[in-house]
Write a protein that binds this ligand. Structure first.
Ligand SMILES: [Zn+2]
Length: 307
């Protein structure tokens, strides 16, 4: 009997230690997976020679709503607390890839449906610039703008049908060098979007370079040429630009105005939308985690709380 006891003690101790080690390993792996999602994106930005700090800010903004809240807190949150006068949402891909720049079609559908149910309206970015320019106070209440960057083909295939279903306007910001390439919208698609009128086409420059880091004449060319090519292809005025990577400086803002854009948008590190300065408005990146009241909370933090 004593022998059995002497045997049982080390066995149970190593069993418990084993369980603890296995659990910690899986937790560590779980944390690592979360991290690698972020680092992969930062690496992508690095390749494009974007300042690391800006990439980090962009990614942090994306995680803003989901990282600090426990799902159990959801039931304690009321959408009324997160009343937003005006905000701009930024999307890239609408597809099923597990990437930070991808939102699943059914999530986009649910996000728009939820916002409409909460009484939010949607306007085009150009209309927002025009309306803001007429007043010094916030001209909107519960009004949002949807923007889609880079001109991916999945916008046309997956997002556009959802926008039509809810009759909600949006903006598509295209890179000229990519039009017609595999995975990107074609001229024919752009013409259809433009003619049907629900989606406004805007400039995202010729080559998708960080404008604030370019020589002034190159930055000017990137914006002016892109506007000219789009206007020629769509036989209409192109009024808006969103800066690649949200990157800009004072000179870029001045040039955007000079070229004839009525306003410009950046990303999280841009200014809170205001009528005094229309050339670097903030947008916030939307992800698959931004559902229901979490989405409103993110918009509230980005457009009402953050300076
Ligand atoms: Zn872009």
């Amino acid at each position: 009997m004593k022998k059995v006891k002497r045997f049982l003690f080390p066995v149970s101790v190593s069993f418990i230690v084993g369980i603890i080690l296995t659990a910690s390993f899986f937790y560590w792996q779980h944390l690592n997976n979360q991290q690698s999602d972020i680092y992969e994106t930062i690496a992508e930005f690095d390749q494009l020679k974007i300042a690391k700090e800006q990439a980090k800010q962009l990614v942090t903004a994306a995680f803003l709503s989901s990282s600090t809240l426990d799902v159990n807190d959801l039931k304690n949150l009321s959408p009324k607390i997160y009343h937003v006068n005006f905000g701009i949402l930024m999307y890239h891909h609408i597809n099923y890839k597990a990437k930070i720049l991808s939102v699943r079609p059914e999530i986009l559908d649910a996000q728009i449906k939820y916002l409409l149910e909460q009484g939010y309206k949607f306007v085009k970015l150009s209309d927002a610039f025009k309306t803001f320019s007429l007043t010094s106070s916030t001209p909107y209440d519960k009004t949002l703008v949807l923007t889609f960057d880079d001109g991916y083909r999945d916008f046309y295939l997956n997002a556009y049908p959802i926008l039509k279903k809810y009759n909600v306007p949006a903006g598509l910001y295209v890179i000229n060098q990519d039009i017609g390439r595999p995975g990107n919208v074609s001229w024919e698609m752009l013409q259809i979007l433009h003619q049907e009128g629900l989606v406004e086409i805007g400039v995202h420059t010729v080559n998708h370079l960080p404008l604030g880091r370019l020589k002034p004449e190159v930055a000017y060319y990137q914006m002016a040429k892109s506007k000219e090519l789009l206007e020629r292809g769509l036989h209409d005025r192109i009024d808006t630009i969103v800066y690649p990577f949200g990157n800009f400086n004072e000179n870029v803002k001045k040039q955007a105005k000079q070229i004839g854009f009525i306003g410009a948008a950046s990303v999280y590190f841009g200014d809170r939308p205001n009528g005094q300065d229309l050339y670097a408005w903030r947008r916030v990146m939307i992800t698959n985690s931004d559902v229901g009241v979490l989405l409103l909370r993110k918009l509230f933090v980005a457009f009402k709380l953050a300076k």
